[in-house]
Design a protein around this ligand. Structure first.
Ligand SMILES: [Mg+2]
Ligand SMILES: [Zn+2]
Length: 162
């Protein structure tokens, strides 16, 4: 079975200014992300992003905006020799329509676990909100709560050290 680290996107992977990020110009990769993902990848962890993008349901932006940003991020990682396993996003918002995939729901994490044969006990989720930790725990994964836009390298070293 595989081990994986799951990441929330906004506020962990990229700078979250406290509002929706959907323009490529506003997508700024946080300090420490590239070396962190490189270390995890070199140590055999799958890398998976699980993100709520409720701005789609609210008609603030579209799937195209989200996919453009994700393509950019995947390409940036490739330049550093890092392969991202998958990005899952929930386009819904509870104010508009209920769903099972929006965090704190665990559905997207569970999908990834099944698809990539992941052992939850050897896996982690890093997020800046309590709902990220709840989603992780719902799928049997250890959740690590970090500060908004924090450099996460120290947590990565702990994960690798076991
Ligand atoms: Mg976040
Ligand atoms: Zn959803």
């Amino acid at each position: 079975m595989n081990k994986a680290v799951f990441f929330d996107r906004d506020g962990v992977i990229n700078h979250d200014p406290g509002d929706y990020t959907y323009l490529l110009d506003e997508f700024i990769i946080n300090d420490g992300i590239i070396p962190s993902l490189k270390k995890l990848s070199d140590n055999g962890y799958l890398l998976i992003i699980i993100t709520n993008q409720g701005g789609i349901a609210k008609n603030i932006y579209t799937h195209d905006h989200v996919e453009k940003i994700h393509k950019y991020f995947i390409d940036e990682l490739k330049k550093s020799g890092i392969g991202l396993t998958e990005i899952y996003y929930c386009p819904h918002h509870s104010d508009v329509e209920k769903c099972l995939c929006r965090k704190p729901g665990s559905l997207l994490i569970e999908k990834a676990i099944a698809r990539f044969n992941i052992d939850p006990k050897k896996s982690f989720m890093i997020g800046d909100k309590q709902r990220d930790v709840e989603a992780a725990e719902g799928a049997g994964i250890k959740g690590i709560k970090v500060e908004l836009n924090e450099n996460i390298e120290k947590y990565i070293d702990k994960i690798i050290a076991g």
